[in-house]
Design a protein around this ligand. Structure first.
Ligand code: SF4
Length: 253
């Protein structure tokens, strides 16, 4: 008699990769609404320091709100390494031997691999064979093309674009409030942020801005290819000054 030694299909775990962004949140909620099997929901919590998360506080509050909404727990996995530690690591070979890493490059940044991907690889090993569900929208063809065979993109199967995800969440009053301030979410110290995000960060989160200024003093690389956090600080302060002067100007009759 032939005995099949492979695991039954339903033994494969179904794991949702959740980032708190609009796409993965819409995917998660719709998967639950459609009654799709889910064994675990994972949020990789990149750490800025040993005790401070890389996302803004509203993100962690939002995760709790999503948990309440879906009546399920989300597994929060802190990054194996934190930004501050790797920032201060010293190159052991090559042209930069003896120099600390400092701020990552805007292209080929070390942070994604060191902080995020390493934690993902480490954590997902614990599930063994599994299907991973990623929040990739139907209008992201390049990301869909690069999808690994064990990954699925339900949003694309449902034909949901990024805009559809926003409408889906607004209809349920479940949009992440951080989108009121930022177009894209991510680490508050991200070198890839645009100037608008950085302005908001300086204005509304001075404690994190102060940390970025401190790192700026130590970093052998500038924050952006041609400017430091201190340059930006000066620029934004000048803008604030000009704004307050124009506020004081008499209005034309
Ligand atoms: S969001 Fe920015 S800082 Fe955070 S891991 Fe990605 S590239 Fe690096």
């Amino acid at each position: 008699m032939y005995v099949c030694k492979s695991r039954p299909a339903d033994d494969i775990k179904h794991i949702v990769s959740f980032s708190g962004g609009k796409d993965s949140t819409a995917m998660l909620i719709r998967m639950i609404e459609e009654g799709m099997p889910i064994d675990d929901i994972v949020f990789i919590k990149v750490m800025a320091t040993a005790t401070i998360g890389a996302e803004l506080p509203e993100m962690y509050e939002y995760i709790e709100r999503v948990e309440d909404y879906i009546h399920r727990k989300i597994t929060v996995v802190p990054s194996v390494l934190n930004f501050d530690d790797v920032f201060h690591q010293v190159y052991m070979s090559g042209q930069r031997t003896g120099i600390i890493y400092g701020y990552p490059l805007t292209v080929g940044a070390w942070c994604n691999d060191r902080l995020k991907l390493r934690t993902i690889r480490n954590h997902y090993k614990s599930y063994g064979k599994h299907i991973r569900y990623l929040g990739i929208a139907a209008d992201e063809p390049e990301r869909l093309e690069r999808l690994d065979s064990f990954c699925r993109a339900p949003l694309a199967n449902w034909g949901m674009t990024e805009k559809d995800c926003i409408s889906f969440l607004l209809e349920r009053n479940m949009m992440n409030p951080l989108y009121e301030k930022f177009r894209r979410l991510g680490c508050w110290f991200c070198v890839k942020q645009n100037l608008d995000s950085l302005r908001v960060l300086r204005r509304d989160y001075p404690q994190y801005w102060a940390m970025m200024l401190q790192w700026d003093l130590e970093s052998p690389r500038t924050f952006k290819p041609n400017c430091t956090v201190h340059d930006l600080d000066e620029r934004f302060a000048t803008e604030d000054c000009q704004l307050s002067i124009s506020d004081c100007m008499p209005k034309a009759a």
